[in-house]
Design a protein around this ligand. Structure first.
Ligand code: SAH
Length: 341
């Protein structure tokens, strides 16, 4: 356990259980949420700080890369030997952060750098919160203004493979006493772990569910995403419909365009058929080159052409802005380059 795994009330209880007054808990909470390191806290007694040594978060920013477009990519060191990436993107309406949910990933998608060395471990809810706290602090230097308003769980890892911690994270992030980020501004991206989608729907959270679809036939999906051996596209679509029924949240589909694998006219037809009648949107993403992978990069022009065809077929679709390409913006690329893992 680290203290950022706890909610505001739990931190107060933690402090009270040690016979200390409530305001000490409030000070501790503020320090954690300002992204401070333990030795930077000046208003807590030395004795208490010593007691907190083992539970106070030690995560810190190891590297920061700034892309030409202003996108920042961070490598965050965790309490153990592990490190994860997160990416900060500036939009007109504010800042969006893309955070990691696991160290590595065991899903094995062929185009993705995060999965090259498999899964190392899950992140705790507090380690996911920590990425936001550190970057919030990096933006204003103090960590007191909550500049980050949108969160996407699209960094390294499969969020639904770390279900309990991710749900806990969403509750901490959206709690008014926590980061107070609206659930409507939190997107969870999954390769499609069907039973967990049903489970998530039951919670009736206001978050956006995003499915990494990337193919229109199971046969093709299996070529690039091993998870397709477990769940069919039909099963995923059924689960999405259930999610929409329970939450009334529009479903997003990510469709990374891979030359000669999923970019045919037949794919357009099948996609339109599959999504007919659903409240959904398709984000078409040109493949970011991953040097360890042999798949062919697609151009933005190809992505625009594909989107035009989708629109003609009645599917709501856009080309997703690619940001931070020059700084290894795609999943797992930075960690691989820097740490050689
Ligand atoms: N495991 C989750 C979240 C992490 S991946 C999921 O599968 O959705 C986040 C998104 O980045 C996914 O849509 C993934 O397919 C995409 N992605 C990964 N590597 C990429 C690459 N090299 N180029 C473009 N998109 C990539």
């Amino acid at each position: 356990m680290i203290l950022s795994d706890l909610s505001f009330n739990e931190i107060i209880d933690y402090i009270k259980a040690r016979g200390l007054p409530r305001f000490r808990g409030e000070q501790l909470f503020d320090a954690i949420y300002q992204g401070k390191a333990l030795d930077e806290i000046s208003n807590l007694p030395k004795g208490l700080k010593e007691q907190l040594q083992d539970v106070y978060p030690k995560y810190k920013i190891l590297y920061r890369f700034v892309g030409k477009d202003g996108t920042k990519k961070y490598l965050v060191a965790l309490d153990d030997e592990c490190a994860v990436e997160c990416v900060l993107m500036k939009y007109k309406y504010g800042y969006t952060i893309c955070i990691s949910t696991q160290v590595g990933c065991r899903m094995g998608c062929k185009f993705c750098a995060s999965t090259l060395k498999g899964l190392k471990r899950n992140l705790s809810a507090g380690e996911m919160i920590g990425q936001i706290l550190l970057v919030n602090r990096d933006i204003d230097g103090k960590g007191t203004s909550r500049n980050i308003t949108n969160v996407v769980l699209m960094g390294s890892g499969e969020p639904l493979d770390n279900y309990d911690n991710v749900v806990k994270f969403i509750n901490l992030a959206s709690s008014p006493k926590g980061l107070n980020i609206s659930q409507r501004n939190i997107s969870l991206s999954t390769c499609g772990i069907v039973d967990k989608i049903y489970q998530l729907a039951e919670l009736k959270l206001n978050i956006t569910l995003t499915i990494s679809l990337h193919a229109t036939t199971d046969e093709n999906r299996k070529k690039i995403m091993p998870i397709a051996n477990k769940y069919s596209i039909d099963e995923i679509i059924k689960a999405c419909k259930d999610y929409f029924k329970k939450t009334k949240r529009k479903i997003y589909f990510e469709y990374t365009l891979v030359q000669d694998i999923n970019d045919s006219d037949e794919d357009v037809k099948r996609l339109a058929q599959m999504l007919k009648g659903m409240t959904c949107h398709v984000n078409v993403i040109p493949l970011n080159d991953v040097k360890e992978r042999s798949l062919k990069k697609t151009t933005r022009l190809m992505a625009y052409q594909f989107v035009e065809k989708l629109k003609k077929a009645g599917v709501s679709a856009t080309v997703r802005r690619t940001m931070g390409e020059d700084i290894g913006g795609a999943c797992g690329q930075l960690r691989n380059t820097i740490l050689g893992i």
